[in-house]
Design a protein around this ligand. Structure first.
Ligand SMILES: [Zn+2]
Length: 202
């Protein structure tokens, strides 16, 4: 094995170890944003993501909601760290240009700029160039007691409405499961989305 291959394997192993480390218990001691406030939007620089490599895309049809399926952020593994590890995993293991999603949200009600606006995503085959992807950080099966918070729904609302404002009233708001056999974005978020769309249409 060449030195480069060896270093690459070590790098991949560190990413896997970090993913495993998310099993460590959730600490809820952090203070959330006030309910109903405009969410705090963190930039890629604040999160500490590697430089963007994405291709511009119109994302002109709508939005699609996802669940990370990982551990929810905690004091020990804050959202920034989870998102950096997710980016390493998507680039170095999956071979993608960048972290797959356009935006992230967490139970503190924060919004995270990932690929950001108008950049092709890697989140759902056939929808990467048309739909703005938003991922909720959580849903790990061993932490299924941690449900999306009202603050997380506030943050989803902020992003869905921001996108709808730019695209017009006909823009789609989808859950991943509507276009795939996956359970993503999970029962809670999908039930919320269904009610949200019905309410909006009324
Ligand atoms: Zn998904």
């Amino acid at each position: 094995m060449s030195l480069a291959e060896h270093l690459h394997r070590e790098h991949i192993q560190r990413i896997r170890d970090e993913l495993d480390a998310w099993e460590i218990a959730l600490d809820e001691s952090h203070v959330p944003e006030p309910a109903g406030s405009t969410p705090r939007v963190f930039s890629r620089e604040e999160i500490g993501l590697r430089p963007v490599k994405g291709r511009p895309a119109p994302l002109a049809v709508g939005s699609m909601l996802h669940i990370s399926g990982g551990k929810p952020p905690s004091e020990k593994f804050p959202a920034f760290r989870i998102l950096r590890t997710m980016q390493h995993y998507h680039i170095d293991v999956r071979g993608w240009d960048d972290v797959g999603y356009n935006w992230g949200v967490c139970n503190r009600g924060h919004v995270y700029s990932l690929r950001g606006a108008m950049i092709q995503g890697a989140h759902a085959k056939g929808y990467n160039r048309t739909h703005n992807s938003i991922v909720w950080l959580g849903g790990h099966e061993q932490h299924s007691d941690v449900k999306p918070s009202l603050l997380a729904f506030d943050a989803l609302t902020f992003l869905l409405e921001d996108h709808a404002k730019k695209l017009g009233p006909g823009s789609e708001m989808l859950g991943h499961r509507e276009k795939s056999r996956k359970s993503c974005p999970g029962d809670e978020i999908f039930a919320w989305l269904t009610a949200y769309r019905a309410n909006r249409a009324a």
